[in-house]
Design a protein around this ligand. Structure first.
Ligand SMILES: *Cc1c(COP(=O)(O)O)cnc(C)c1O
Length: 456
């Protein structure tokens, strides 16, 4: 019988996270202080982030122990299942074996609680009582609200006003977990008040919401800020995904020839792929390909530049080496809100630079055709973000058919699409449009990079 669904027991939950930093082909250039552009020091982040998070951000340790309390809470939904998509394989008439690791089973519906719980744990360890963050479409805000509720922490989320108005369900989810949700710009912070004074009807932006959450955290002794992607500590926490998938594939007696996934900031794809990249980088395996898939509308890995840039539009965060479209780049309002980020994580940048990770971009209509084909064969209706990875996996399976090659494909399905029905509705009604930025728009935004240059 073909193994089609591998479920691990709680005892199989990894007891260490994996940090790829010591195994990279080259050390990424250091993060820089946003004002001085001097190398960032751990003490520059104190008061903003929990101490345990700061230590991990700078860590060069390969294996980092997962605290018992975090492992215990992971068990609410972890280990997450690994499925073999046999019905999709048949529909594609491909000799490829397609496996998907499904993170939509978490209470918040995505992989983001893997890091939200860890960050809430370290905040509680510091004796902090409150966390702030920003959210666009609401995936990260709901993960943090869920995590805060587990540790008795108050959570305040600044939600981009346009999403707050258009997507009430994620707000209600956050409030159900006890969080306070404010449409951003809000009158509660200096940053919000400044925007409202100029533009009382401002729809808001992620950059403004980050500024508000950061100012709020810095203004109170009992409060810290939490980040949902990009930074090293987040990628470390997400490694549970790939560590579990490795065990599951061992049970299925298989190993991937290709590891595919969607990339916004890159945390979910790093979570799945880095434990397999560990095998490649340390010479235990060769021949595995790694494919990161991003939207045509926000193509930081395929059309951006590898440079120092701010992680946020407000130029508040540490300046990081990354593939970027420029922090002022404004992507089209595609439905995969979680992939509308101008840059991605520094370690992903190093891996793309050195050819270990290949990047490609896909259109909005092509990702929905993949998501609908997947739903009609495998049942799960996934988030538009996840559909980028699945589009990539389907294209790999079709190429395998052309080549008559029985390759094994592993893909990250980062979340469910239960709150994305309006997007599916528009695809099914043929009203969805595709977007590609023109070169002039990208060059304009790249003209506004910080002055620091990556040493060559
Ligand atoms: C946030 C999110 C993403 C993109 O973020 P990464 O850091 O690149 O993983 C992808 N899928 C889902 C479901 C998300 O919530």
């Amino acid at each position: 019988m073909t193994v089609t669904h591998v479920v691990l027991s709680a005892a199989d939950l990894p007891d260490h996270w994996y940090n790829i930093v010591p195994d990279l082909p080259a050390s990424p250039p250091p993060a820089l202080h946003p004002q001085t552009l001097e190398p960032l020091r751990p003490e520059d982040l104190s008061g903003l982030l929990p101490q345990g998070v700061i230590e991990q951000e700078f860590s060069e340790e390969r294996w980092i122990e997962i605290p018992d309390r975090v492992r215990e809470l992971y068990q609410i939904w972890r280990p997450s299942p690994l499925h073999r998509a046999t019905r999709l394989e048949r529909a594609l008439d491909t000799p490829a074996r397609i496996y998907f690791k499904y993170e939509g089973v978490s209470p918040a519906g995505s992989h983001k609680p893997n890091t939200a719980i860890a960050q809430a744990f370290y905040a509680a360890e510091d004796g902090v009582r409150r966390l702030t963050s920003e959210t666009g479409a609401g995936q990260w805000g709901s993960a943090l609200s869920f995590a805060g509720s587990l540790f008795g922490l108050d959570v305040t989320v600044y939600m981009v006003r346009s999403s707050f108005q258009q997507k009430p369900y994620r707000r209600i989810l956050m409030e159900t977990w006890g969080a306070e949700v404010h449409p951003s710009p809000s009158p509660l912070t200096e940053a919000g008040r400044a925007v409202l004074a100029e533009a009382p009807d401002s729809p808001g932006s992620i950059g403004i919401a980050i500024s508000e959450a950061v100012q709020d955290a810095l203004s109170r002794e009992d409060t810290r800020f939490a980040l949902g992607s990009i930074s090293n500590n987040v990628l470390i926490h997400q490694s549970v995904i790939g560590l579990e998938a490795k065990k599951q594939l061992e049970i299925a007696d298989d190993y991937p020839d290709v590891v595919v996934g969607c990339v916004g900031g890159g945390s979910g794809y790093a979570g799945l792929s880095y434990p397999f990249l560990y095998d490649t980088l340390t010479g235990k395996r060769s021949g595995t390909r790694f494919v990161a898939v991003e939207p045509d509308a926000c193509p930081s890995l395929t059309r951006g530049t590898y440079a120092y840039d701010y992680p946020d539009t407000a130029s508040l965060g540490p300046v990081l080496p990354m593939f970027t479209l420029g922090h002022n780049f404004m992507p089209a309002p595609i439905h995969a809100g979680g992939l509308r980020h101008h840059g991605s994580s520094p370690t992903m940048g190093t891996l793309v630079q050195h050819g270990h990770v290949q990047a490609r971009s896909v259109s909005q209509t092509d990702i929905f055709s993949a998501a609908v084909l997947f739903a009609r064969n495998e049942g799960f209706v996934m988030a538009p973000e996840s559909a980028h990875g699945v589009r990539g996996a389907i294209d790999e399976a079709l190429a395998a058919r052309e080549a008559g090659e029985a390759r094994a494909i592993l893909v990250h399905v980062s979340g469910h699409g239960n709150f994305d029905m309006a997007a599916y509705d528009s695809y099914l009604a043929h009203t969805l449009t595709d977007h590609e930025p023109d070169q002039a728009q990208i060059e304009r935004a790249l003209g506004e990079l910080p002055s620091a240059k990556i040493p060559v």
